[in-house]
Design a protein around this ligand. Sequence first.
Ligand code: TSJ
Length: 633
Amino acid sequence: MADEKYDASQIQILEGLEAVRKRPGMYIGSTSSRGLHHLVFEIVDNAVDEALAGRCSSIEITIHEDNSISVLDDGNGIPTGIHPTAGIPAVEVVFTILHAGGKFGGSGYKVAGGLHGVGASVVNALSEYLEVTVYQNGSVYKQRYERGDVMTPLEVIGKTNNTGTLVHFKPDGQIFEETVYDFDVLAKRIQEMAFLTKGLKIKITDKRDGKEEIFHYEGGIKEFVEFLNTEKKLLHDKIFYVDNEKNNTSVEVAFQYNDGYSELIGSFVNNINTPEGGTHLAGFKSAITKVINDYARANNILKEKDVNFSGDDTREGLTAIISIKIQDPQFEGQTKQKLGNKDVRFAVDSVVTEHLTYFFEENPAIAKIIIEKAILAARARDAAKKARELTRRKSVLESTTLPGKLSDCSEKDPSKCEIYLVEGDSAGGSAKQARTRLTQAILPLKGKILNVEKAGRIDKILANEEIKAMITAFGTGVGEDFDVSKLRYHKIIIMTDADVDGEHIRTLMLTFLYRYFRGLIEGGYIYIAQPPLYKARKAKKDYYVYSDKELEKVLNEIGRENVDIQRFKGLGEMDAEQLWDTTMDPEKRTLKKAQIEDLVTTDEIFSTLMGERVDLRKKFIEEHAKYASNIDV
Ligand code: TSJ
């Protein structure tokens, strides 16, 4: 290639990637641990695309001892030929031009990839170094970049009989606040990727400690459902599964019922989780409601006088995965996580309707079991409704009669109000003393609140005093009555001890909110207070410290001599002033927003921790002293 041409394109390229280094958050969300892990997913997404195109069957991810990452696939290799308009090798375009990648006339679905849908060039820009090796046409090609700059041109460095792409990069310590990888964070998302791409084998190896895992599911999302239902009592063995295409939409659905009372539906568009659902989820729900009702009528299980099952009735105990792939996904809603494409609803509805009708005809015993479950759900719903009406008359759930234990705030504008849900009466007392009366309400909750996962249906749960108090204080109503516009506090803050018991109670509360007030989590109203773990005192000066890592940092700064370190076992060990200063003062505190992070752990935690299996629950609590991490930012 002519040198001149090479230089010319180079200048333009450098400008492009400089922007990424200046404002990394714009491209990868943040430069925290989350952004660090995001880099890996960006790269892996590209290799998964190659698998979706049918050219790759195996991906190997390695965390090296220096926390650099390599990703190897056995696909065709990123094209090495000169790109017709850029005039440089296509692989160099991929790594040096923003938003390039994958658009070389390849067919099939382009997975948007990652949170922000940006590509390899962003990873390159944010890496101390990145080396790409392509195995193609009998040759091994290699190129090296540093902080996005081309260090060496694409060179042939050897011969090979293999094909594939290897990318090795080290995130730039000048950019990232955190540079240490967490195996579990990577493994979780990679496992999800493997479930969503049937047949693809993904291996992850941690060279720092020798850990490795291989995820490989020939059954794809059918095995995902099996996995999510692992600790559940199943209502039927055979999993419903369909993988079909309709109007350019690939529709893959799997589901199975368990004897529980909640529904767990994971929905994905081009391998990206859509926690807020959208048209694909709507299509699925309308199909199963319709097919179950039609079958029940046709077989005279629902008589003429009977009303139809509601959608909720047909989804009690349902575990499902919906994975669709489309050419041009449109995301809407506040967080752009809700699929908006109108025609997708019809495509999913019609594929599921057709195959589920057929499935019920082939498996009448399963149809009967599912319908019986819906009958019980409908009865419980009626009972709960009657109970609610009764209690409403008694004004127990009426927001005008607030619970006696609530110390309400005086401000009436919900957007300015916050409520602290505080574990235990004594901590509740300190919090009450510490708070700002105008905007902060305190609701102390006794000991272990009800374990909703084991308690059963909503009618029983509503009878629990602690839960009744929360519902009344929130003001939103619950179940069919839920109305987020009636929420009395725009911040609901869970404040528990920093010990294992506190964690347990926090998880119980989150479980309750997840199951019955998911709208509050999705709306971003639920927060977790961060009380300090330690107080370090030196020369009459106090340092409040929130993690073991921070303690190390503080001790390094102030010196280890003559330091008095106090570990706070519970909120109760702090006086009102300390509690205010460290945890409740809006000017100084940090709050974590609870969000439904990923399906794999969320449900693993909720069912393992809360379900029937006491042995697993114990083991889980012991292993995961910090298990709310999956639900935090
Ligand atoms: F992200 C990335 F670019 F760094 C990256 C890309 C990282 C890794 C580990 C793999 C890949 C990658 C890209 N593997 N395979 C490909 N494939 C292509 O770029 C490719 C190959 C052939 C054709 C074609 O149309 O023939 C098209 C494409 C996009």
